[in-house]
Design a binder for this molecule. Sequence first.
Ligand SMILES: NC(=O)c1ccc[n+]([C@@H]2O[C@H](COP(=O)([O-])OP(=O)(O)OC[C@H]3O[C@@H](n4cnc5c(N)ncnc54)[C@H](O)[C@@H]3O)[C@@H](O)[C@H]2O)c1
Length: 244
Amino acid sequence: MKLQDKVALITGGASGIGAETARLFVSEGAKVVLVDLNEEKGKAFEAELKALNAEALFVKANITSEEDVAASFRQAIEAFGKVDIVFNNAGIGRVQPSHELEYAEWRHTVNVDLDGVFLVAREAIREMLKAGGGTIVNTASMYGWVGSPGSAAYNAAKGGVVNLTRSLALEYAEQNIRINALCPGFIDTPIIPEESKQALSAATPMKRLGKAEEMAKAVLFLASDDSSFMTGNSLIVDGGYTAQ
Ligand SMILES: NC(=O)c1ccc[n+]([C@@H]2O[C@H](COP(=O)([O-])OP(=O)(O)OC[C@H]3O[C@@H](n4cnc5c(N)ncnc54)[C@H](O)[C@@H]3O)[C@@H](O)[C@H]2O)c1
């Protein structure tokens, strides 16, 4: 088992990529803390994992709140004594023409997808400095590397996450904290509207959407000792999209 006795805090852990990663992590021996705004889904998933004899804790938190983020790490440490791995993954996305995008909507997207990622990473680094090390995986996107029409705020935030990852990785490389990013292509989760799925599959060289389980395997690689000489990297897992 690759994560025996490790404690992993996963934001956006109630759904999609975060939930599938939690499922894979517990199968590799980890205890998981699911941090999410969605209490209903989070509690149901916590119960599902516990029914499989996994050690899991759901914490309701908004990653844009400094207090919520600090409280979720406190609760993780109260429950399991430490945090070895942080999958900094919660995010939102919406497609809208930029000339119609209200400033408040821009701020909201950047607030969750970039500021929230920073707040979680900062708290993770504080704990990992005390503990003597750890690993962080930020979820960016292939849209941290290439552009697309109608998602200016999301794409700007995800590009920010890619360079935030490099910058934090350099800052803490000597403190035994590895920080990498996952850059998914189009993945079949609730964030993708049903009516878009066919077009997004067609736009992908492999002619299908990715599965959350396929992202989880890449996150396991980045979070575990299998990637022990990697930091500051952004791993693109996109069915070939950005190779075009
Ligand atoms: N699915 C894709 O095609 C795709 C592609 C590239 C990147 N991503 C990224 O992957 C990550 C996970 O997305 P997903 O596809 O699993 O979608 P999802 O909607 O299934 O999961 C996202 C989770 O984040 C939670 N969340 C949203 N805002 C939050 C906040 N402020 N505080 C706490 N929790 C919050 C939601 O409640 C939800 O449970 C996101 O960062 C997303 O941008 C997804």
